[in-house]
Design a protein around this ligand. Structure first.
Ligand code: ZN
Length: 181
């Protein structure tokens, strides 16, 4: 499969919501670091900032490609880091933390994840880089990487959270069906 500008047209206009099937599909690798990818990432940054998020993956704007962006630290001075075709190496201990998702508004669930992450990825110019973290970014990277695998926090919910959010998720599924009609 090759990248082309046409693949990303028209430009994404909104964040895709649960249970859109694009969120449940493993994304395919980026093979060309061209203008189309730059434009897509620019749009993703705008949409993430508009929604006051700290991370956003390409499938969340309807593009099934292995790209995500993440704010290194929340705040106005932060410049989002772009991760293309990322790979994770997980370590440390499993830690619980409450996560939300821009594709599942109003739902926050406790997710246990490894505390230490080494990430290898390519930047927008196709240069490989590596980062390691044992704090908030490590959490965000894992959440966004999940999106590239078609995995959502709803797939990682405890039975208790599943029960607590049952009504809200059912409502979102009904809204999605209604919108498709
Ligand atoms: Zn998410």
């Amino acid at each position: 499969m090759t990248d082309s500008a046409a693949e990303f047209e028209p430009p994404p206009t909104r964040i895709v919501l649960y249970p859109d099937p694009v969120l449940a599909r493993p994304a395919s690798p980026v093979t060309a670091f061209d203008d189309a990818v730059h434009a897509l990432v620019e749009r993703m940054i705008e949409l993430m900032r508009g929604a006051e998020g700290v991370g956003l993956a390409a499938p969340q704007v309807g593009v099934s490609r292995r790209i995500f962006i993440a704010e290194p630290e929340p705040g106005p001075e932060s410049v989002p880091v772009v991760f293309i075709n990322p790979e994770l190496e997980l370590g440390g201990t499993l830690e619980p933390f409450e996560e939300g998702c821009l594709s599942i508004p109003e739902v926050r669930v406790m997710v246990r994840r490894p505390s230490v992450v080494k990430i290898r990825a390519f930047d927008l110019d196709g240069h490989a880089f590596e980062l390691e973290d044992d704090d908030f970014p490590a959490r965000v990277w894992q959440h966004e990487f999940d999106h590239l695998e078609g995995v959502l926090i709803t797939d990682r919910m405890s039975p208790r959270d599943r029960l607590a959010h049952r009504k809200r998720l059912k409502g979102m599924r009904e809204d999605f069906e209604d919108a498709g009609r």
